[in-house]
Write a protein that binds this ligand. Structure first.
Ligand code: ADP
Ligand code: ZN
Ligand code: ZN
Length: 654
């Protein structure tokens, strides 16, 4: 009997597939076990090939009765492997449920459950004219039709999603709804579940592998028709996927920073293109990349410009703090504004992106500063834990009572974190409830829900939080927001930082003023005349984005050019520099701009130094072919073994 020959992607970090043979006919996308070296490894058949003259090993086991990836899914993932220059085996592997990432488990359909009936609950709300118009336009989309749903905060995007989902269900189709961090925004899940009942499944990293596996199987079998998931859900299969929705499309957490560095947003767009289905990208603060595509008419645009409550959006005021003494980071005017807000039985929120008590712990006699011995980063003082903690590697250290370097008893803190604000504000307003929301205060399961519930039940209170507090929540009684550390974003040289700062300010403002429309956002800054801040002050995100886009276009910066980073990591700085320098020499500077080697923002992590070579090319094709050349070189070059190198295409962290 004749052999069939197959290309198999093996779960190893190599940028190629391998040819194996089998007596069995195997459908591409099927998991198999193959010998690789002396060991049995998981493989996925990517294609059947015609005759081959090379000696091949045999596929010794076909693991499942059906393929895991369909033909078009394999194509999309092959595209992703090329686009991100990441080994195909790891790309495919990252979209397998954890249970199927080894050769011991097989896909059984024994415990498959019956199809869940879709509840056709009556809609809870009558749409506003703008929502009605949006739904109408969206439901007329056919084929690949990427569309930005720009809706100011509180304009009711979720209701629009719900009607669009309903349209699909009526046609017996499934919908994939991606959200940045589901655990942080329980209300989206709740709203969709209220409408469609048990036909809604979830898929995110806070779930157990068993639960994720179940959702994966149910969606795949058409037993549930709506799946809400985070970036790892971007490739979830369904028999008839009719629509993809990406909520908060601008959110940086759609990008994976470790391993396969893909953007779930971009992968989902590619998927919609290959499946020829519409994709809706929702946001009050769309990414500049999306806005460029809208501008060039490659993406459609639907606007929801009115808040449901018809309230005026909050007013922005920029507080110049150059000559101002601060109390735990707060200017006297900010404290007065908080007091006035509380007096009116309203809530005030302090937005600060630093958790802990103080970001630095120093000796004021010598130059000693508490740093992590494996990351070089400043240790953050955590008051409740009485520890100095590294926010990169989570190492914890005791708090010395005198300077480990000079022995002086002059240790001091620098800067403010959420914990310190909580303590200071409690002293200033002893009768008032204070709610702190950050990674530390929401560690326990359900703590987020409990905090949100308490906030909703309180009248006058103070909310302190990091960016976790500004995502999608609705705080009807919130009338004042004080933003106290925007200057990092204002002064950063990274193009992505200013975009993110603008998005955060508009999003944080969106939490306020949902009740009576007199809300105020106080932005403390040492750069009160900064043109981007002044633009944001007008409260119109699209105008802010427009002015940045014009500037970027003139300078050929992203999104008008295309970026990638070659990352090098090793125990020695010099090894990284030599490696990247050598690589840089081979780059044709007519094809692209190469900047570096430069230390990464996180220059040392867990004992390993990190350096970057940043590449910027005028077109996607240029960038792609340049990266391909570089990787071919690196794969041959022996010295590349001394560093751990990786490629980050469309980076969002530097
Ligand atoms: P966005 O996501 O655009 O910020 P949401 O979808 O959270 O806005 O909607 C804001 C609030 O308005 C929610 O409390 C939602 O339940 C409510 N809402 C949305 N649409 C309507 C409507 N047509 N009528 C009444 N309330 C609505
Ligand atoms: Zn000292
Ligand atoms: Zn560390």
């Amino acid at each position: 009997m004749n052999n069939f020959f197959y290309n198999v992607s093996v779960a190893i970090p190599l940028r190629q597939t391998f040819t194996y043979h089998s007596k069995q006919k195997i459908i591409p996308g099927t998991r198999v076990a193959v010998k690789f070296g002396s060991r049995s490894k998981l493989g996925i058949v990517t294609e059947e090939i015609k005759v081959t003259t090379i000696q091949t090993k045999t596929i010794h086991q076909v693991l499942d009765n059906e393929p895991i990836f369909s033909e078009v899914e394999l194509k999309i993932l092959a595209w992703a492997s090329d686009y991100y220059h990441h080994p195909i085996g790891e790309v495919l592997g990252s979209f397998l449920p954890t249970n199927l990432r080894n050769i011991k488990t097989v896909l059984d359909d024994m415990d498959s459950v019956a199809k869940v009936e879709i509840e056709n609950n009556p809609f809870q709300k009558n749409l506003t004219p703008q929502q009605t118009e949006a739904v109408k336009t969206l439901s007329e989309l056919r084929g690949f039709a990427p569309t930005l749903l720009y809706g100011v905060t509180g304009s009711g995007k979720t209701e629009v999603y719900i009607r669009c989902i309903q349209e699909q269900l009526l046609q017996q189709k499934s919908v994939l709804l991606l959200a940045p961090e589901i655990a942080l925004t329980p209300q989206l899940e709740q709203r969709v579940k209220d409408q469609f009942g048990p036909a809604v499944g979830m898929y995110h990293s806070k779930m157990t592998p068993a639960k994720r596996y179940k959702a994966w199987k149910q969606f795949r079998a058409g037993e549930i028709n709506i799946l809400i998931g985070t970036r790892s859900a971007a490739m979830m299969s369904a028999p008839k996927l009719g629509l993809i929705i990406i909520d908060e499309e601008h959110d940086a957490s759609y990008k994976q920073h470790e391993g396969f560095k893909f953007s779930a947003r971009d992968l989902a767009i590619k998927r919609a293109q290959m499946l020829k289905i519409p994709i809706i990208l929702g946001s009050a603060t769309p990414s500049l990349r999306t806005l460029r595509l809208v501008d060039e008419k490659k993406f459609g645009l639907i606007k929801l410009t009115k808040r449901i409550t018809k309230q005026n959006p909050p007013k922005f005021s920029i507080l110049d703090i150059n000559e101002t003494p601060l109390t735990s980071g707060l200017a006297p005017q900010a404290i007065e504004a908080i007091a006035a807000t509380l007096k009116q039985q309203k809530q005030a929120m302090i937005f600060i992106n630093r958790r802990g008590f103080a970001p630095q712990f120093i000796c004021s006699s010598c130059a000693w500063r508490a740093t992590c011995n494996s990351c070089d980063s400043s240790l953050v003082l955590h008051h409740h834990l009485e520890r100095l903690i590294c926010h990169r590697c989570d190492s914890a250290f005791g708090v010395p009572s005198d300077c480990p370097s000079c022995g002086a008893e002059q240790l001091a803190i620098v800067g403010t974190g959420t914990e310190q604000l909580e303590i200071t504000l409690q002293e200033l307003f002893p009768q008032i409830s204070i709610f702190r929301m950050d990674k530390d205060s929401t560690k326990k399961a359900n703590s987020m829900e409990l905090l949100l519930k308490a906030i909703h039940e309180s009248k006058s209170s103070i909310l302190i939080g990091t960016q976790m507090l500004i995502k999608g929540h609705d705080f009807p009684n919130l009338e004042l927001v004080v933003a106290i550390d925007v200057d990092q974003g204002v002064t950063s040289l990274h193009p992505a930082a200013i975009e993110e700062m603008g998005q955060q300010l508009i999003q944080v403002a969106g939490r306020a003023g949902r009740s009576d429309g007199n809300a105020l956002v106080l932005v403390q800054s040492r750069y009160a005349q900064d043109k981007n801040l002044l633009q944001l002050k007008k409260g119109n995100y699209l105008n802010f984005a427009k002015s940045i886009l014009a500037e970027r276009k003139a300078l050929n910066q992203p999104p008008y050019s295309f970026e990638a980073i070659i990352k090098a990591a090793s125990p020695k700085t010099q090894t990284n520099i030599d490696f990247l320098d050598q690589l840089k020499k081979t780059i044709d500077t007519k094809r692209c701009i190469a900047v570096g080697p430069i230390p990464a923002m996180q220059a040392k992590v867990r004992g390993s130094y990190q350096h970057h070579l940043v590449l910027q090319a005028p077109t996607r094709t240029d960038l792609n072919s340049l990266l391909q050349d570089l990787i071919n070189q690196l794969s041959k070059n022996k010295s590349s073994n001394k560093v751990r190198w990786s490629v980050d295409v469309d980076p969002v962290e530097f």
